[in-house]
Design a protein around this ligand. Sequence first.
Ligand SMILES: [Mn+2]
Length: 195
Amino acid sequence: MRSATITRTTAETKITATVDLDGTGSYDNQTGVGFFDHMLDQLARHSLIDMTVRCEGDLHIDDHHSVEDVGIALGQALSEAMGDKRGIVRYGACLLPMDDALVRAALDLSARPFLVWNVAMPTAKVGTFDTELVREFFQAFSTHGGITLHVDLLHGVNSHHIAEATFKAVARSLRDALEVDPRKGDAIPSTKGAL
Ligand SMILES: [Mn+2]
């Protein structure tokens, strides 16, 4: 079973995150940050990862710790669920349009965390949500998930659409990268013999 549950408690947040990589994209995400829940739902739906997240965070300060720490927990859950990555495709990429927004994501489940983020948000806020936290989430998620992740905004004028397109593009890329390739048998997809 490619699934994992991570429980992570700090002075700032208390989080439980469960993923099943061989799911159908069902989700139940409750972080106390409405817009972020909407983004996590996209991540689950379009990656076909079943995802349950609970976060009790210090929202009286702002959303930063909750968003960042959910990124850490989901990255850790992904990493644990992947195990030794035997037989997986490893790479994924997606060019994703959403109305005005066009986002390109490319990733490698490499265990070599690296984020290239070229996404300028036109506005500082979507509702009450700080748009700079989208990058914070993917920084934490890529670091703790061991993902080399490139995300580029090619076009866009609406911050809600841009943010949502980044989550969908990464989700769709993950969906491809996590797929087990029957031609690989149970080989680990690296000439090094380990990922
Ligand atoms: Mn939306």
